[in-house]
Design a protein around this ligand. Structure first.
Ligand SMILES: Cc1ncc(COP(=O)(O)O)c(C=O)c1O
Length: 365
């Protein structure tokens, strides 16, 4: 059993006293990021539906809503939605398919106390959600997901989209909320201008599908999609209702390259446990650093670069460190990093001001 400790002893203390490895969030940088994106959507018809997968922390989701101009929260998994609803968030979109009788039952149950919609891309899944909704006496909101080139989930744009939307509209237990299309294959692509052109091209068929639905007499109240890399492209396409950006809140080294207007607010604090000359080793490895997009970056230590990351170790070169020093590592992928921790320490000017639980860490169902 891991030892649990009261956060109180660290509140008001320097970040360097925290037990490592651990996640630290700079509250000023976070507040700036939340404000920047909320203000951006303040003057547009399209709004923000921040993605929970990027941090999995209910307190932060509440902050995103409080920052304004949000339609609700997006999440990836049913068990994330359960955490959000338990934490008082009452409008949630699961931007994935919730498949299986037991999961459909749990989704229907959530709709007894909140509005929790899901994406669908098959008639089988529509029938399953419909049955669960009718059994529970609720209505489940549904978005038909369209594959706009990412080659993940979604029906291809064309006849199949209005056909599936029609099946949803006929289902007594479901409410057709509209369409979803995510341009995830483009969110960090190329220069801004290249990304803009590719995104506009990719989103065009999605907007056309809205017209296809309307011309069949179906409704399409919302189109949902977009991410941090495309918020100012997708968010300005006429007909888009909400942008599902998530990474903007805490950021990571991968996104830093394409979105300098947001500050990196998250780091993994680690301790140097071995040091010989310009070769030092920190006490965190792949088990504490989401690494899909490359090696982590060392922050605030002149000349230091990461040579390699093993399961429990990060090897650093180019700087002289002493055993016991604390260092800050910026993970290449923030979303998978947060899934590895149970808490985030929130600090201002190097002093810990709060501890936020990461309620949905490990919530994969
Ligand atoms: C469907 C969907 N929407 C939105 C996002 C959020 O994107 P970002 O991390 O670019 O903000 C993701 C991230 O993977 C996603 O899968």
């Amino acid at each position: 059993m891991t030892q649990e400790y009261s956060p109180d002893r660290f509140i008001g203390r320097p970040v360097a006293e925290l037990i490592t490895p651990t996640l630290v969030v700079d509250s000023e940088a976070l507040d700036r990021n939340l404000r920047l994106l909320s203000e951006y959507f303040g003057s547009r018809p399209c709004k923000l539906r921040p993605h929970f997968k990027s941090h999995k922390c209910v307190t932060l989701a509440r902050r995103q809503i409080a920052a304004g101009n949000c339609t609700g929260i997006t999440c990836a998994k049913l068990s994330e939605a359960e955490q959000l609803v338990a934490g008082g968030i009452d409008d949630v979109l699961i931007d994935n398919q919730v498949v299986g009788r037991e999961k459909a039952r749990r989704l229907a149950e959530l709709n007894q106390s909140a509005t929790v919609s899901a994406a669908v891309d098959s008639p089988e899944n529509v029938a399953q959600l419909d049955a669960a909704a009718r059994e529970a006496g609720v209505t489940i909101g549904v978005l038909v997901e369209v594959d706009i080139g990412m080659k993940r989930c979604g029906v291809p744009p064309g006849e199949l989209t209005p056909e599936l939307a029609y099946v949803v509209a006929q289902a007594e237990g479901l409410r057709l909320r509209g369409l979803q299309g995510y341009e995830g294959h483009l969110v960090t692509k190329g220069t801004f201008e290249e990304r803009r052109q590719l995104t506009l091209d990719a989103m065009r068929p999605l907007i056309e599908m809205r017209h296809a639905l309307l011309s069949c007499g179906l409704s399409c109240p919302v189109i949902s999609g977009g991410g941090t890399g495309t918020y100012d492209i997708t968010g300005n396409i006429p007909g888009m209702g909400e942008v599902q950006a998530g990474s903007y809140a805490l950021m990571d080294s991968h996104y830093r390259k394409v979105r300098p207007e947001f500050h990196v607010a998250r780091c993994v604090l680690a301790t140097i446990i071995s040091s010989h000359g310009a070769h030092a080793v920190a006490d965190v490895g792949t088990k504490g650093l989401g690494g899909e997009f490359g090696l982590p970056q060392v922050e605030g230590l002149e000349g230091a670069t990461v040579l390699k990351v093993a399961e429990e170790h990060t090897v650093i070169e180019g700087a002289t460190c002493r055993v016991g020093d604390k260092i800050r590592l910026i993970p290449s992928h923030g979303c998978t990093t947060n899934n590895l921790y149970r808490r985030m320490w929130v600090a201002r000017n190097g002093i810990v001001e709060a501890m936020w639980p990461i309620e949905a860490a490990g919530c994969l169902e």
